[in-house]
Design a protein. Structure first.
Length: 154
């Protein structure tokens, strides 16, 4: 059994929709129920959840040019307990940004590089005013990661 973990900070209705879309896409990709999908708010996710994960998808809005505080809190709590144990963990991210997203992307890449996690796809940034096609981007990324994990590609 493989474990796909989706960690999100979703303070708005739209980011909640994105987290739900990621979970649904991941669940759709499990070929024979050999993949479990856990979707947890960043403020509730514990080191034990990351230690059980075989791949992780991060979803955060950008606030003031940086990842949301809830996501930063997640990393503060899991960094040292997971540092030695989860090197090579497949990771990707979804950033919901009003206009830019580069500060959040840089921060996520820096922290995950320190953890020695392995980026399996570049983060996607959903910029600007809300568009429903953001959900298609989320669906594609989460589904591709879940499928690749399920098939043993990542």
């Amino acid at each position: 059994m493989k474990h796909f973990l989706i960690v999100h900070h979703s303070p708005s209705d739209n980011t909640q929709r994105m987290a739900q879309a990621a979970q649904a896409a991941a669940l759709d990709m499990s070929s024979d129920q050999s993949l479990t999908v856990h979707t947890l708010p960043a403020l509730q996710c514990q080191p034990e959840d990351v230690l059980q994960a075989d791949a992780i998808l991060l979803l955060t809005p950008e606030n003031l040019g940086y990842m949301a505080g809830g996501m930063k809190d997640f990393f503060d709590r899991v960094y040292y307990p997971c540092l030695e144990e989860k090197q090579g963990l497949p990771v990707s991210a979804i950033i919901r940004a009003g206009s830019d997203g580069t500060g959040t992307r840089r921060a996520l890449e820096t922290i995950t590089t320190g953890l020695k996690w392995r980026w399996v796809q570049a983060p996607i940034t959903c910029r600007g005013d809300w568009r429903d096609d953001f959900l298609n981007q989320v669906d594609e990324l989460a589904g591709a990661m879940a499928c690749a994990l399920d098939q043993g590609i990542i």
